[in-house]
Design a binder for this molecule. Structure first.
Ligand code: MG
Length: 139
């Protein structure tokens, strides 16, 4: 594995290439977070990557993916990395959907289409959560 010289490593689990590219540009160019980004194309890949890579600080998880969806993946990742913040990317935003997302173990959610402000809010919330709940997020 390449030496990771970035301050943060973010795993994006997203099956649609265009959505992944959009998030990558937001994080790297618009927010300029100085992060390494890893792409998982389904939930099963995300779980495997989290097992192998202790550097990951944050997961942005799509809910609807082939092979294994985000709900299943968050459960498995939390078993091995309970303190890793995992944020659901969801196309739905009803109160029931939000409750379902938190009940599944996600730490936060982003409604699609994701914009820069919402993404920054989530990142800042996770920084506060790190202080409050001892999550392994960025300083
Ligand atoms: Mg999807």
């Amino acid at each position: 594995m390449q030496e990771n010289t970035h301050k943060y490593t973010i795993l994006i689990a997203e099956d649609e290439a265009i959505n992944f590219l959009f998030l990558e540009i937001l994080l790297k160019k618009q927010i300029d977070l100085g992060c390494a980004i890893i792409h998982a194309k389904n939930g099963a890949e995300a779980v495997e990557i989290c097992k192998k890579n202790d550097d990951i600080n944050l997961v942005l998880m799509d809910l609807k993916m082939p092979v294994m969806d985000g709900f299943e993946a968050v459960k498995l990742i939390k078993e091995i990395r309970p303190k890793l913040p995992i944020v659901a990317q969801t196309a739905f935003s009803s109160i029931e959907d939000k409750e379902k997302v938190f009940a599944a173990g996600f730490n936060d959610f982003l409604s699609k289409p994701i914009n820069k402000e919402a993404l920054l809010d989530v990142i800042n919330r996770q920084k506060e959560q790190k202080i409050n709940k001892n999550l392994n997020f960025i300083n």
